[in-house]
Design a binder for this molecule. Structure first.
Ligand SMILES: Nc1ncnc2c1ncn2[C@@H]1O[C@H](COP(=O)(O)OP(=O)(O)OP(=O)(O)O)[C@@H](O)[C@H]1O
Ligand code: SF4
Ligand SMILES: [Mg+2]
Length: 335
C-alpha cells in the first residue's frame, strides 16, 4: 500500500478582496503522485514553482483547494485542522530556516524534547532520549544546554532534524533543509540523513532547487514548473534520464566530475519571460522559455503521460530534445 497518494491536487491562493482571475495564485495545479514506503522522493524546481506548497499538502499542513490526499489507504478528512492531520499521520517538516523551529529562548534540549512531552516520560528519561537523538545527528551531548544562538547553521540544522525525529515520524518533508549550508556541511548533513534512514523506518520527501542534491538523495525525482509536475520518475533512479526540456536544462547546469567531458558540455541558458503563477500562459506553461518550443506549445497544454515505462513527462516533444535543440541552435547561428 502507498504511504501517500495525491489525486489531482490543486492549491489556489486568493490575494485581495476582488478575487479576479489575476488575484488567484495557482501554487499547485492537478498534481497526482504517489509516495511508496521506504523511498526518498525528490522534488526539484525553481523558486515559486510550488515545492513548499506541495510539501505542506503532503504533510497535512495545507488543505487542497481541490483533489484528494490519501494516507495509507484512508482519505484525509477535510474537516480536520491542518496541524492535526500532520500529527495524526506522524508526518514532520524541516524547513531551510532551522532556527525557526528552535525556540530562541529555550535550550536546545528543550526544543528537541518538546515533541516527547505528551508521551508521559519522566524528566530523566526525556533527557536520555534527547541525548540519544543528539548523538544520532552527530551533535555532542553538551549541546543539550546550549541556546540556538550559540550553535552554527549546520548544528542548528542537525538539531532541527533531531527534533523532527523525536516523535519517530513515518515521513519527514525536508524543505530546502540543507540549502543554506556551505558545501561541506551540506554533504555531511545529506550523508547523515541517508544514515538515519537506514537506522529508522522513515520516509523522506526531499525538496530543493538544487538538482544535484536531489539526485544524490532521491530514489525518484519529480520536476516542477509553475505549479505542475512536468516530469515524474516512476521507478527508482539509475534507470532513466530526465526527458522534459526544463529537466534537461536543470541537469545541464550541473558540472560533471570528468574534466574532459565537462569541457565538451555546454550549459543551456533559458531566455524569455518567466511567467507568473497568477497570470499563467496558454498551452504549455514552459513555452515562454523553452529552447525547443513549437507553435503547438502555446496552444495545447501537454498532459503528464507515461513515456518509456520509467518516466512520465508533460511535453509534446518528449524524447526529441536533442535534434530540436540542435535545429533551433543552427537556425539562430545561420545568417
Ligand atoms: N499563503 C500564500 N498566499 C498567497 N500566495 C502564496 C502563499 N504561499 C505561496 N504562495 C505563492 O504560491 C506559489 C508557490 O509558492 P511556494 O512557496 O510553494 O514555492 P516554492 O517552490 O517553495 O518557492 P521557493 O523555492 O522560493 O521556496 C508562489 O507564487 C507563491 O508566491
Ligand atoms: S510542450 Fe513545447 S514548450 Fe512545453 S516543454 Fe515541450 S517542447 Fe517545450
Ligand atoms: Mg519553498
Amino acid at each position: 500500500m502507498s504511504l501517500v497518494e495525491l489525486d489531482r491536487v490543486s492549491v489556489h491562493f486568493s490575494r485581495g478582496q476582488r478575487r479576479t482571475r489575476s488575484d488567484t495564485v495557482h501554487a499547485l495545479d492537478d498534481v497526482t503522485l504517489t509516495i511508496n514506503p521506504g523511498e526518498v522522493l525528490g522534488i526539484v524546481g525553481e523558486s515559486g514553482c510550488g515545492k513548499t506548497t506541495l510539501g505542506r499538502v503532503i504533510v497535512g499542513l495545507e488543505r487542497p483547494t481541490s483533489g484528494e490526499v490519501v494516507v495509507r489507504g484512508v482519505k484525509r478528512s477535510r474537516n480536520q485542522r491542518p496541524g492535526a492531520n500532520a500529527r495524526n499521520d506522524g508526518f514532520q517538516m524541516v524547513y531551510q530556516d532551522a532556527a525557526g523551529s528552535l525556540n530562541p529562548w529555550k535550550r536546545i534540549g528543550w526544543s528537541i524534547g518538546e515533541p516527547l512531552q505528551n508521551e508521559g516520560l519522566g524528566k530523566t528519561e526525556r533527557r536520555r532520549r534527547v541525548t540519544e537523538l543528539l548523538d544520532q545527528v552527530g551533535l555532542p551531548g553538551q549541546m543539550i544546554d546550549r541556546y540556538p544562538g550559540e550553535l552554527s547553521g549546520g548544528q542548528q540544522q542537525r538539531a532541527a532534524i533531531a527534533r523532527a525525529l523525536a516523535s519517530k515520524p513515518r515521513l519527514i518533508v525536508l524543505d530546502e533543509a540543507v540549502s543554506s549550508l556551505d558545501m561541506s556541511t551540506q554533504a555531511q548533513v545529506l550523508n547523515l540523513l541517508k544514515d538515519l534512514a537506514d537506522q529508522h523506518p522513515v520516509n523522506y520527501v526531499f525538496i530543493s532547487h538544487d538538482i544535484a542534491a536531489v539526485d544524490f538523495m532521491s530514489d525518484r525525482v519529480a520536476v516542477m514548473y509553475l505549479g505542475k509536475i512536468v516530469e515524474l520518475q516512476n521507478s527508482a533512479k539509475g534507470t532513466a534520464p530526465l526527458l522534459h526540456p526544463y529537466s534537461i536544462t536543470l541537469r545541464s547546469a550541473v558540472p560533471v566530475p570528468d574534466p574532459v567531458v565537462e569541457r565538451g558540455r555546454s550549459r543551456i541558458v533559458l531566455t524569455g519571460p518567466v511567467a507568473s503563477a497568477s497570470d499563467l500562459p496558454s498551452g504549455c506553461r514552459f513555452h515562454t522559455r523553452c529552447p525547443i518550443a513549437q507553435p503547438v506549445c502555446s496552444e495545447e497544454e501537454p498532459v503528464l503521460t507515461e513515456h518509456q515505462l520509467d518516466t512520465s513527462v508533460a511535453c509534446h516533444f518528449a524524447g526529441e530534445f536533442e535534434h530540436l535543440y540542435r535545429r533551433s541552435s543552427n537556425s539562430k547561428t545561420q545568417p
